[in-house]
Design a protein around this ligand. Structure first.
Ligand code: G6P
Ligand code: ZN
Length: 543
């Protein structure tokens, strides 16, 4: 063993955001930057003797450099074993599964999710704990505190490994196991869903498009959809992970997955269209002629989940993030199970899943998942949809209409104002926070404010309290507007405005979303002064 101690000094701003530390590649590429953060993780996280660490990423530019370093650092910090995906690849849900399956003490996931990749774009490092989920705030706070006093990082100099060859080698006293990144995950999916029902549907002519957006899900989707389920070759598009994601923005929404949307709205559209993001945890679901919002997808999946073998005995509860529409709450009520409203960020679902209080979780930001892992899971959502459609022999559009006719419809959209001047965004939020107490009773067009608050979450499992999680303006009749600043951006601030209007089953459930939200959009600007603060007249992205 040859352990080298490198002296270092702290970098400012290594505070993990909604989903780990995310910065431009050029920031991460500074000497010692990634090393300081990784060493801070190793200095504070819990692990026993003989601990295993999982390492993998979404294949983006700079992944290999950081993975090679992290392996040598893990050896120097006393880990007994590292499991790393071949080529440094592990989708986020696959990493979560590998951590759980092999009893690792945690994992490093190298990804900036849906943010673009390449030398001038984004990189990220996230630590997940032994349950397979993102580190909770107590852990990320401790990591951040450590980054402020760090003075050395450790590296093992002895031994070598080949990231591209499946097999075992030694780095100092630590075992490095390069594993097939797909096999364990594909087996898990096969154990959850009715693959024979889906195969039968495919044999009967059911067709789909899966857009992997040149990011990590390509190999997973090809194995599961084309090889195990029998969809024809070519079903998976953009299926080879590229270091720059082909120059695209791998965010599966109506703006960045426009080609898929257009294909699904065409006369010759297949039955089903789906996409995932850079690291494989998000999903986009579009039926022939019918886009399903992530909030509706959660509700519809929850209402039909019992048709999949893994959920045949029912759900324990449904959890959603606060800005996600209340559609899922209505399903929970009908099923007679609890529903939970958490802050934005998958990590807030971890305790509910571990405690067996919730089975299915989802967020408006295109994340859906269950207690099978502790991350949201793009392909899981796709497969649950396929399972439900195959068993029921129904189209996406028909299923959506049936759902709304039973539960009513939560019209929903999110307006994003990106790269806004941080001071202007903070001023907007501060001014609105101060105005909240005076809003109830005030009228905006036909809307009357019923309540207004800043969302605070008290975790029902460990009692921890998270304040300032978004500003909510609730109107009479169940409509609402929520204002939040994104915790995942790398440039300036992103203001998110979440708009929701509820129509009961007997109401206008077959209308177009923009028309149904028009009053709310006007009210949002009047209440928060979006144009006045940001200088913007329209959002950059509407999802
Ligand atoms: C990541 C997290 C999600 C979160 C999303 C949006 O994908 O894993 O849990 O909903 O970011 O976060 P933001 O802070 O940008 O709205
Ligand atoms: Zn992601």
């Amino acid at each position: 063993m040859t352990i080298i101690t490198h002296a270092t000094t702290p970098f400012d701003g290594q505070k993990p955001g909604t989903s780990g530390l995310r910065k431009k590649v050029r920031v991460f590429a500074q000497a010692g930057y990634a090393e300081n953060f990784i060493q801070s993780v190793f200095d504070v996280v819990e692990r026993g003797a003989g601990a295993t660490l999982v390492i993998g990423g979404d294949g983006r530019f700079h992944n290999r450099v950081v993975i090679a370093r992290a392996i040598r650092m893990a050896a120097a910090n006393g880990y007994a074993r590292v499991l790393v995906g071949q080529g440094g690849i592990l989708s986020t849900p696959a990493a979560s599964h590998v951590i759980r399956k092999y009893g690792a003490s945690g994992g490093l996931i190298l990804s900036a999710s849906h943010n673009p990749a390449g030398p001038d774009e984004d990189f990220g490092i996230k630590y997940n704990i032994a349950n397979g989920g993102p580190a909770p705030e107590a852990v990320t706070d401790a990591i951040f505190a450590r980054t402020k006093s760090i003075d050395r990082w450790l590296e093992e100099d002895a031994g070598s490994f080949d990231l591209d060859a499946i097999g075992t080698s030694m780095v100092g006293a630590m075992v490095v196991q390069v594993i097939d990144p797909v096999a364990d995950y594909a087996d898990l999916m096969e154990s959850l869903f009715d693959f024979s029902a889906i195969r039968a549907a495919v044999a009967g002519g059911f067709r789909m498009i899966f857009d992997a957006m040149s990011a990590v899900t390509g190999p997973y989707a090809s194995e599961i959809l084309e090889r195990r389920l029998g969809f024809p070759a070519g079903t998976v598009r953009n299926g080879t992970p590229l270091e720059d994601f082909g120059g695209h923005h791998p965010d599966p929404n109506l703006v960045h997955a426009r080609e898929l949307y257009d294909a699904m709205m065409a006369d010759d559209a297949p039955d089903f269209g789906a996409a995932s993001d850079g690291d494989g945890d998000r999903n986009l679901i579009i039926g022939r002629g019918r886009f399903i919002t992530p909030s509706d997808s959660l509700a519809m999946l929850a209402a039909n989940a019992h048709l999949a073998p893994a959920y045949a005995s029912g759900l324990k509860g449904i959890a959603r993030s606060m800005p996600t529409s209340a559609a899922a709450d209505r399903v929970a009520e009908a099923l007679g199970i609890p529903s939970f409203e958490t802050p934005t960020g998958w990590k807030f679902f971890g305790n509910l899943l571990d405690a067996g209080m919730a089975t299915i979780c989802g967020e408006e930001s295109a994340g859906t998942g269950s207690d099978h892992v502790r991350e949201k899971d793009g392909l899981w959502a796709v497969l649950l949809w396929l399972n439900i459609l195959a068993v029921r022999g129904i189209s996406v559009d028909a299923l959506a209409r049936e759902h709304w006719a039973r539960f009513g419809r939560n019209y929903y959209a999110r307006h994003d104002y990106e790269a806004v001047d941080s001071a202007a965004a903070n001023a907007l939020m501060a001014e609105l926070t101060a105005a909240l107490p005076g809003l109830p009773g005030r009228t905006f067009g036909s809307l009357i404010v019923a309540a207004a608050d800043s969302f605070t979450y008290a975790d029902p499992v460990d009692g921890s309290v998270s304040a300032n999680q978004g500003l909510r303006i609730l109107f009479e009749g169940g409509s609402r507007v929520v204002f939040r600043l994104s915790g995942t951006g790398t440039e300036g601030a992103t203001l998110r405005v979440y708009l929701e209007r509820y129509e009961p089953a007997a109401g206008a459930i077959a209308a177009e979303t923009p028309a149904m939200l028009a009053d709310l959009i006007l009210a949002a600007d009047q209440i928060a002064g979006i144009g006045r603060h940001t200088g913007r007249t329209r959002p950059d992205v509407v999802t």
